[in-house]
Ligand binder design. Structure first.
Ligand code: GLV
Length: 310
């Protein structure tokens, strides 16, 4: 049998991954974190938040597959071995992410929380309406998730813009890039959606200056990483009214500590990092193809560039 596949995740037991990999590759020597056995056998590691140094302890490792679309959980390991890293490309996850952004944006756009409060008070009150063509959406990050999200907002008739590190163009979406473009994107975002990768350049990018650059009363949806946000700056922007609300799926510390002010803040919705969950059924075809390519010496798909950080 070919080399072993290690499944490094504390979040799920890997039963479904084993099943889908066997359907595509035939019998696999699949080893879970608690039963890694002889580490010299391990050829491929499927990993989500591995302990620092663990991957370096597999001497014959040839490929690391990130079980998330983000790879910051791997690159933060300062002992990461020098082998190719690919990430999953999961249409199911991409669809969930854009759905999450659309759901919360529409809920805000149509004042659903205000109507829910009116209902609780038995009050028949009609809120002022902002027309769709006047509610500007800004998307930070125009990778596969950002592009899918931007396209769907644009299809609903929202003026939609996106920002990326390097210049990109997308039909029906205004695009910005670079430092100057970042400020311009923020200045025109009534609803800001963050889907950036977390890199050295983007850590803490959403600070007091960034929140101040948004239009007054802007709404913020973070479904990327908590590390993009300076929490004190976000809380201050919510409390001053600079932001009208925030939806947070990701946090600097996960699980979010029980005493964190986000849990009870009246303007904050918290979800437990569920905006997009990796689904082995939709994520596995690319992983299976890459393992086949690795074994026959072909070029790998969805490789990440550790220097760029994504
Ligand atoms: C989830 O956060 C992912 O990176 O896929």
């Amino acid at each position: 049998m070919a080399g072993a596949i290690a499944y490094i995740s504390r979040d799920t037991d890997g039963v479904l991954w084993k099943k889908v990999l066997e359907a595509g590759l035939g019998p696999v020597d699949f080893r879970r974190l608690d039963a890694l056995g002889d580490k010299t056998d391990i050829e491929v590691a499927l990993a989500w938040k591995p302990a620092s140094g663990l991957l370096a302890s597999f001497p014959n490792l040839k490929l690391i597959v990130s079980l998330g679309m983000g790879v910051d959980h791997l690159l933060s390991d300062d002992k990461l071995p020098d082998v190719p890293i690919t990430r999953i490309m999961d249409d199911g996850l991409i669809g969930q992410m854009s759905e999450y952004a659309l759901y919360w944006a529409l809920r805000h756009h149509r004042d659903i929380d205000k109507y829910a409060a009116s209902q609780r008070a038995r009050t028949w009150k009609v809120e002022d309406f902002v027309d769709t063509i006047h509610r500007r959406i800004g998307i930070l990050g125009l990778g596969t998730i950002g592009q899918d999200t931007a396209k769907k907002f644009a299809a609903l008739g929202f003026p939609t813009a996106g920002w990326s590190r390097t210049a990109k163009s997308l039909p029906g979406v205004e695009t910005f890039h670079g430092r100057d473009g970042f400020r311009r994107l923020l200045a025109g975002s009534d609803i800001l959606v963050n889907v950036l990768p977390l890199t050295r350049e983007t850590r803490g990018i959403l600070d007091a200056k960034a929140f101040a650059a948004l239009p007054k009363g802007a709404y913020f949806i973070n479904m990327a990483r908590g590390g993009h946000v300076v929490d004190e700056a976000l809380l201050a922007a919510l409390d001053s009214g600079q932001l009208s609300g925030a939806v947070l799926d990701v946090f600097n510390t996960e699980p979010l500590p029980a005493d964190h002010p986000y849990w009870t803040h009246p303007k904050v919705h918290v979800t437990p990092h569920i905006a997009g969950a990796t689904n082995p059924r939709t994520a596995s075809p690319g992983v299976i193809e890459n393992i086949k390519r690795l074994r026959r010496g072909g070029e790998l798909m969805h490789r990440i560039d550790p220097k760029a950080g994504y």
